[in-house]
Design a protein around this ligand. Sequence first.
Ligand SMILES: *[C@@H]1O[C@H](CO)[C@@H](O)[C@H](O)[C@H]1NC(C)=O
Ligand SMILES: *[C@@H]1O[C@H](CO)[C@@H](O)[C@H](O)[C@H]1NC(C)=O
Ligand SMILES: *[C@@H]1O[C@H](CO)[C@@H](O)[C@H](O)[C@H]1NC(C)=O
Length: 449
Amino acid sequence: MRIYQPTLLTFATTVILLCISATAAPGGSRQLLYSRDDPITIPPYLVFENARLERAYVALQAWKRAIISDPWNLTANWFGSRVCDYNGVVCSSSLDDPSIKTVSGVDLNHGDIAGHLPEELGLLTDIALFHVNSNRFCGTLPLGFSQLSLLFELDLSNNRFAGKFPELVIGLPKLKYLDLRYNELEGELPESLFDKDLDALFLNSNRFVSKIPVNMGNSPVSVLVLASNRFEGCIPTSFGKMGKTLNEIILMDNGLQSCLPNDMGLLRNVTVLDVSYNWLVGELPESMGQMEKLEVLNVERNMLSGVIPEELCSLKNLKEFRFGSNYFTGEPSTCCNLESYNSTMNCLKDEKDQRSTMECKLFLSKPVDCDSFKCNPVTACVSPSTPPPQISPSSPSPVASPISPSPSPPARPCPPIYPPPPPPPESSPYAQQPAVEIPRNSPSQSPMN
Ligand SMILES: *[C@@H]1O[C@H](CO)[C@@H](O)[C@H](O)[C@H]1NC(C)=O
Ligand SMILES: *[C@@H]1O[C@H](CO)[C@@H](O)[C@H](O)[C@H]1NC(C)=O
Ligand SMILES: *[C@@H]1O[C@H](CO)[C@@H](O)[C@H](O)[C@H]1NC(C)=O
């Protein structure tokens, strides 16, 4: 009997997975759920097409062992040496040796599977695509993933991953699409994330709490979604630098507290900009009238004021503009011609459903000093003695957004340890498989074709 003990696993001779109950009090109860160090054994009668498929067998068997619930029986046919026939496993010709087939992708989207990701997944060194969205995987991303040097798309969205941002992804040289939304990740974002050559970054609906790193503008992403976390402080002044590549940016439902950067107008290719449900103050920068591609603009539920720039509502692609629940005092007449717009609860004289004169007067009597937020490190050095930001205590609080599409049920801890599942019966019928869905906002290019 062969015993597989890959060297990359030496750092993880004991795999201990802690799943921390999301509902527990801070520092509260932890459960030891899984502890195992016995290697996967390869039955001597199995014959593999090549050594890499044999390694993939080890990875997939270790993963199957780490699964404690598979309601659609997706992994029921994960046995035997024909790993390319396993449900959700994609094989193709190896990039470095086209004469052999290797595992190039895993797609278990919408599997509703519970369990965790074992270290052995690091043996899938030929995968370009790892999609497990909408399952119940918990724990953390194992360090073994740092071996996946061809990984291009990583979609862990809508699971129960917890802990800090998995920094190992920054070292993955080919990674372009990173989707971690709808998990329970917490803490700060590493600055290096925004220096990485990604195309799409989804971090929404986690528990990140930090300032948005000042180098955000270095990121070459076309889509950036940081919504529904607790990001605070400034919208980085480097924002305008993203003009060459950025198409969509969603910062809604956080605790951002600053003015909008003056050079927003450099974001010429942006079609969707949503900064709603924050604590932003000041005026909409005049330069926003140059955002020629803008189709959807949402700034509602902030504390913005001033007059809406004349050119903004004349932008020829603009269809939807929501700016309700702010303190704007004027709008160009062209705004009324937009397909969809919402201006309620402002300080607009000729509109209905506005704030009271008293409320407007009180708020608008306090001047806004954008420099006081010290968003620009240079400004901070030049004027160190600026007064603190003027925030009205009676201002609206950014409550959870009604449009935040939260599908995640309240998080639960992983269930307790189970023994490895018995081998499936020989006649195992093909599992009823949920329709394989493209992840929401899947990138257009895929290395799999
Ligand atoms: C999965 O397999 C179990 C045991 O064979 C069976 O009872 C169950 O109905 C199957 N579920 C589905 C969705 O096919
Ligand atoms: C907008 O995108 C196109 C490619 O789609 C690019 O050539 C152009 O430089 C971008 N615009 C700006 C202002 O960077
Ligand atoms: C406008 O937006 C506010 C929230 O800011 C909402 O309560 C209201 O229903 C919206 N009105 C329309 C006509 O959509």
